[in-house]
Design a protein around this ligand. Structure first.
Ligand SMILES: Nc1ncnc2c1ncn2[C@@H]1O[C@H](COP(=O)(O)OP(=O)(O)OP(=O)(O)O)[C@@H](O)[C@H]1O
Ligand SMILES: [Mg+2]
Length: 421
C-alpha cells in the first residue's frame, strides 16, 4: 500500500465536515471516498475494501459505533483501521471508541496537520501489521517445509539403513551360498559310484558273494576309493562351512535388523559391533586387519536397531577412508575399542572406531555432520551417514567426538550415557 494509492473512506452525515475532511486528506495524495451515512459506508467498504476509515460517531439511523461493530464482524473488513471523529470530548466516548475496535480518535474542529499525522501513523501501522502477517505466513510455511524435510530425513534414515543392510547381506550371503552350491555339485558327481558300491555290498549277503566280491574289487580298481573318500569328506565339510556361515549371517542380521525397535532394550554392544563387522566383511576382508579391544561392558539400554546403523556407518566410513588412500601401506587396520567411563557424573559406555585411512582435511572437518555432505563419488555415498548417526546418538543423550589429522587416520568416539531407568 503506497501512500498515494492508499484508499480512505470518510463517513460523516454533515456535508460540510465531509468536504473538509476529504480535502485535507486528498491534498496528501490519498484516494478518498465519502459516505454520508453508515449504511452507505458499509456498502462502499464491501464494494472496495478501504485501507482506513474515518468514522463520525454521531449520525442518525446508525451511529459510528454500530458501523464499526458491523465492519469488525466481517472477516474481510475486520482488519481495517477505524479512526473515530466527533465533536464530543467526553472521556467515556473516547474509551468507547477504543472498546468498539477503533484505533484512534480525532475531535472537531479539525486540525489538518493532526488529522494527517494520525492517518499516516495508522496507515503505516496497518502496513507494518500486514507485513508482519506476511512474514508470519512465510515462517509458518518454512516450519511446514522443515517438518516435511524432517519426515523426509527420517524416511531417508530408514532407506539408508535398508540400503546398507541389503548390500551387506547380499555380498555376505553370496559367498557361503557359492560354497554350498559348489560342494553339492561335487557331491552329486560322487553319488553315482558310491551308489554302485552300495548295490554291490548288498549282493555280498546274497546267493553269489564271491561274484559280488570280484565286482567290488573291479569297482575299487576303477574308482580310486581313497580319493573319493577324501573328496567326499572335503565337500561335505565345505558345504557345512557354507551353511554355518550363512546361519551366522542370518543371526547377525537378526541382531542388526532390529530397525523397527524404537523401544529401548538392553543389549550387548559388542554383539552389535560384531554384527556390523560381519555385514561389512566383504569390504575389508582382503586388505584391512580388524583389531578388537573390547572392555568390560554391561548390557546397555539403548535403541539397538538405530545404534547398529551408527556402528555400520562409522565402520563403513573407516573402510572407505582406507580405500581412498592413494598409497595403501599394506598394514591398514580398524581398531575398535570399548570401555566404561564417567563423564559429568554419568556412567557412560565409550566406543571408539579408529582407522588408518586418509584422515580429515581442514575443508572436510567442519562439514562432517551436515546432511548430504560427501566427498565420495556419485553412487558411493549420499552424505547422510554421519548426519543420521549424529541424530541417533543425540536421541541417546550421547555425543560423537572426532579426532583426526590429515594423512594419519581418524578416530570416531561414541559416548553413550546410561539411561536413567
Ligand atoms: N573415517 C573417516 N575418515 C575420513 N573421512 C571421513 C570418515 N568418516 C567420514 N568422513 C568424511 O565425511 C563425509 C561424510 O560422511 P557420511 O558418513 O555422513 O557420508 P558418506 O559416507 O559420504 O555417505 P553415506 O554415509 O550417506 O553413504 C564422507 O564423505 C567423508 O569425506
Ligand atoms: Mg557414511
Amino acid at each position: 500500500m503506497t501512500k498515494s494509492r492508499a484508499n480512505i473512506l470518510v463517513v460523516d452525515d454533515t456535508p460540510a465536515n465531509l468536504q473538509l475532511l476529504e480535502s485535507i486528506i486528498q491534498e496528501r495524495g490519498y484516494t478518498v471516498r465519502a459516505a454520508i451515512n453508515g449504511r452507505l459506508a458499509i456498502k462502499a467498504a464491501r464494494l472496495q475494501v478501504p485501507d482506513l476509515v474515518m468514522l463520525d460517531i454521531n449520525m442518525p439511523e446508525m451511529n459510528g459505533f454500530e458501523v464499526c461493530r458491523e465492519l469488525k464482524g466481517d472477516p474481510r473488513l475486520a482488519g481495517i483501521p477505524v479512526i473515530f471523529v466527533s465533536a464530543a470530548v467526553e472521556t467515556a466516548d473516547k474509551l468507547r471508541a477504543f472498546e468498539e475496535g477503533g484505533v484512534d480518535y480525532v475531535t472537531k474542529p479539525f486540525q489538518p496537520l493532526e488529522v494527517l499525522a494520525r492517518v499516516e501513523t495508522h496507515l503505516e501501522l496497518a502496513r507494518m501489521r500486514a507485513e508482519l502477517e506476511r512474514q508470519n505466513g512465510v515462517l509458518a510455511q518454512t516450519l511446514r517445509d522443515l517438518t516435511r524435510a524432517q519426515a523426509h530425513l527420517v524416511q531417508s534414515e530408514k532407506m539408508a539403513a535398508l540400503g546398507l543392510l541389503t548390500a551387506g547381506v547380499a555380498h555376505e550371503l553370496n559367498n557361503p551360498l557359492n560354497f554350498i552350491s559348489a560342494s553339492v555339485q561335487g557331491l552329486q558327481k560322487t553319488v553315482a559310484p558310491v551308489d554302485e558300491l552300495m548295490a554291490l555290498c548288498q549282493d555280498l549277503s546274497g546267493t553269489a558273494p564271491d561274484e559280488a566280491l570280484r565286482r567290488i574289487r573291479h569297482w575299487s580298481s576303477q574308482n580310486h576309493p581313497g580319493e573319493l573318500r577324501q573328496d567326499m569328506n572335503e565337500l561335505v565339510s565345505n558345504a557345512c562351512y557354507g551353511a554355518n556361515r550363512a546361519a551366522e549371517i542370518v543371526a547377525s542380521l537378526r541382531i542388526f535388523s532390529r530397525l523397527d525397535e524404537a523401544d529401548r532394550k538392553s543389549v550387548n554392544l559388542h554383539e552389535c559391533l560384531d554384527a556390523a563387522l560381519l555385514l561389512l566383511h566383504n569390504r575389508y576382508k582382503d586388505h584391512i586387519r580388524i583389531e578388537r579391544d573390547y572392555g568390560d561392558l554391561p548390557l546397555w539400554l539403548c535403541q539397538p536397531g538405530r545404534l547398529n546403523q551408527v556402528f555400520m556407518n562409522l565402520l563403513g566410513n573407516a573402510v572407505d577412508a582406507i580405500d581412498a588412500k592413494s598409497a595403501p601401506a599394506g598394514d591398514d587396520e580398524i581398531r575398535i575399542s570399548t570401555r566404561m567411563q564417567e563423564r559429568d557424573g554419568r556412567c557412560c559406555a565409550v566406543v571408539e572406531i579408529a582407522d588408518t585411512g586418509t584422515g580429515l582435511s581442514d575443508e572436510v572437518r567442519p562439514h562432517l555432520f551436515e546432511p548430504f555432505f560427501t566427498t565420495k563419488e556419485v553412487g558411493k555415498g549420499v552424505g547422510l551417514g554421519l548426519a543420521i548417526s549424529h541424530g541417533i546418538i543425540r536421541d541417546h543423550q550421547g555425543s560423537i567426538e572426532v579426532e583426526s589429522r590429515a594423512g594419519q587416520g581418524t578416530l570416531f568416539r561414541v559416548v553413550l550415557p546410561q539411561f536413567e531407568a
